[in-house]
Design a binder for this molecule. Structure first.
Ligand code: ADP
Ligand code: MG
Length: 612
């Protein structure tokens, strides 16, 4: 073994750079965060060759005095925290004091800055050599800072080899800019690549301006099919936009979650969101969202990971529960109702998307809206023909026969009449679709999909009223688990009980399942129990049992719903439309497919080139 010796500053910094500087995008993240921490209201990003040749970022923030420049380039030097207490409630994006030193050790870095607004000259600094001595000289610069990073990894060829094509590196870099632009609506961002301006985002903090920025970054289609939510339950606040379940994605690529303005990827948050979408999302699809969680900085530890992508919540359970319940409520309340007036009008171009592929397919938006939460009633039942077969399912009252006479026959919809959101049925197409007329124009309904959801929600409500039928196991099943799992199972006895499962402690490392829900008798309940315990330990909550129970109800609902090629009378169709208006989550069938869509008169006019 050779003798121990101190690393040279450059080598020590290069090792640190291994953690924070993975690619050009990481440089942009660190430098932009510094600009935001310095109070900049405008940042200009100029990039060449995907960022590996040049990254230049100029801001109009507070700037630095000449004597501070060498410190800015030194490791473990920061102006953002001075004590452990500061660290425990840090409000700035940076605090580790090592980004510039790391970047400087693997590139040709120049800092030019000026803290004064009085026309005085600024100064510039670059570090050189093994010990990273700083070369200082006067340089003109208005108030603010410019960081120039050339030839990233020029002196670390092994790392340079890991860089991908210019296009790939640039797309990572652009993603970083988008995230930061979503985190600060009040700051102007511009991004140029190889001399071409790609983004020029104006600042603005009104709701309309925010929506415009989100639409620019996430695409107008997202904005048109997103709900704005805002839940304030001190000390927690959640606001932002969540995509309707029908605007799902094949990848988890449109998911932005900010905690006190910092973008994070967190398992707890991801789990809460996924749980909220469980019942409405098409299998294997990912929801889209831009969400902001605000809480006391002392309640969240950001010093968990060098890149700060992960955080730790002091009260993870409360945060999980808050996110879940806010989103769950908002999604359940999506009803055919008022149009989402503001955003689509704002975007103006009338583009819509294919609800499953996310592709832009036609002019005009889908009409979606939210209504205040209804009483969540079990519904009053529809017309016999479309309801009949569901009678096989337990919990569905067979006597839900509709008084046809109360339902309209074939009224003409005139503009000032009170028309229900989904209007009145006109006809049936191919035994699959219902055509209806409402105040905006034509409504198209997939009757099987719609009825399936109505039946499913009704079955769930019946279950909520009547309780879950459960049965004792002939032979109780012993399950070997850890001590921690025994403890958690004991703590959550009521959760199991409520869902029809009786789980008892049989020893230090052993549980016994005595009773299970009747409908789960063919399921692997031991595995289910283990999964639930794992969830409880990690997230403080689990919806797996409900998930399984719901899946069974969903299958029952599917079999019990009107099939294609079934002729419905006009009153039967109208009854189905009215039930849809009453039913939670009726915009999607049990599998997350859309149940209806709207073609407005304006869209029809466009199709026929009327009024030009
Ligand atoms: P950290 O951000 O963790 O403090 P950095 O290495 O990123 O560490 O930056 C070191 C210091 O340099 C910062 O604390 C800040 O005082 C100063 N600094 C860096 N960039 C800027 C900037 N754009 N404007 C003003 N000061 C800056
Ligand atoms: Mg920093």
């Amino acid at each position: 073994m050779p003798r121990i010796q101190l690393l040279s500053p450059r080598l020590a910094n290069q090792i640190a750079a291994g953690e924070v500087v993975e690619r050009p995008a990481s440089v942009v993240k660190e430098v932009l965060e510094n600009s935001l921490d310095a109070g900049a209201t405008r940042v200009e990003i100029d990039v060449e060759a995907g960022g590996s040749k040049l990254i230049r970022i100029r801001d109009n923030g507070g700037g630095m005095a000449a004597e501070d420049l060498p410190l800015a380039l030194a490791r473990h030097a920061t102006s953002k925290i001075a004590s452990l207490e500061d660290l425990e409630r840090v409000g700035s994006l940076g605090f580790r004091g090592e980004a510039l030193a790391s970047i400087g050790s693997v590139s040709r870095l120049t800092l030019t800055s000026n803290p004064a607004d009085d026309g005085s000259e600024g100064s510039s600094a670059a570090c050189e050599g093994r010990d990273m001595e700083v070369l200082l000289r006067p340089a003109p610069h208005p108030r603010g800072t410019t960081v120039e990073v050339r030839d990233l990894f020029f002196n670390t060829p092994a790392r340079r080899k890991f860089l991908r094509t210019e296009k790939t590196e640039f797309s990572h870099l652009e993603e970083v800019v988008k995230r930061l632009a979503l985190s600060r609506f009040d700051v102007a961002f511009s991004l140029r690549h190889n001399g071409r301006v790609l983004h020029n985002l104006k600042p603005g903090d009104s709701q309309a301006e925010r929506q415009r920025r989100v639409a620019t970054i996430c695409g107008p289609a997202f904005m048109e099919q997103a709900l704005y939510i805002e839940t304030d339950q001190p000390p927690l606040k959640l606001w932002g936009w969540v995509g309707l379940p029908t605007f799902s994605r094949s990848q988890a690529d449109l998911q932005y979650f900010f905690v006190n303005g910092r973008i994070i990827r967190d398992r707890l948050v991801a789990h809460a969101v996924k749980q909220a979408y469980r019942d409405v999302l098409y299998h294997g699809r990912h929801p889209a969202f831009v969400l902001y969680l605000e809480l006391d900085p002392a309640q969240v530890d950001v010093n968990v990971h060098p890149t700060k992508h992960e955080v730790r919540f002091r009260d993870g359970r409360a945060v999980h529960n808050f996110i879940f319940s806010s989103l769950h409520r908002a999604l359940a309340d999506v009803r055919p109702g008022d149009q989402q007036a503001d955003s689509s009008a704002d975007l103006g171009d009338g583009t819509a998307v294919d609800t499953l592929t996310g592709e832009i397919t036609r002019q005009g938006g889908l009409a979606w809206g939210i209504q205040p939460a209804s009483s969540g009633s079990a519904g009053t039942g529809g017309a016999a023909a479309y309801r009949g077969q569901a009678g096989a399912a337990p919990g569905l009252a067979a006597e839900q026969v509709r008084d046809y006479g109360r339902v309209h026959g074939l009224p003409a919809v005139d503009a000032d009449e009170e028309v229900p959101p989904l209007g009145y049925a006109l006809a049936q197409l191919r035994g699959i679709y219902i055509l209806a007329e409402n105040a905006r124009g034509l409504v198209l309904v997939d009757m099987h999909a719609a009825h399936e959801r109505i039946t499913y929600e009704r079955l769930k409500t019946a279950r909520a009223h009547e309780g879950i039928r459960s049965q004792p196991l002939l032979v109780p099943r012993a399950v070997a688990v850890s001590q921690r799992e025994v403890q958690v199972a004991a703590e959550h006895g009521d959760l199991f009980q409520r869902l029809g499962m009786v789980v008892e402690v049989a020893g230090d490392e052993s549980l016994v399942i005595r009773q299970i829900p009747v409908s789960l008798r063919d399921s692997n309940v031991e595995q289910l129990l283990r999964d639930v315990l794992a969830d409880l330990i990690e997230f403080g909550s689990s919806d797996r049992i409900e998930g399984h129970l719901d899946e069974i109800l969903s299958t029952m609902a599917c079999h019990g719903s009107v099939r294609a090629n079934r002729r419905l009378t006009i009153p039967e169709m109208n009854a189905l439309l009215r039930d849809m208006e009453e039913t939670e989550r009726s915009g999607q069938c049990n599998h997350g497919r859309p149940t209806w869509t709207q073609l407005s008169v304006e869209e029809l006019d466009r199709l026929f080139l009327r009024g030009r």
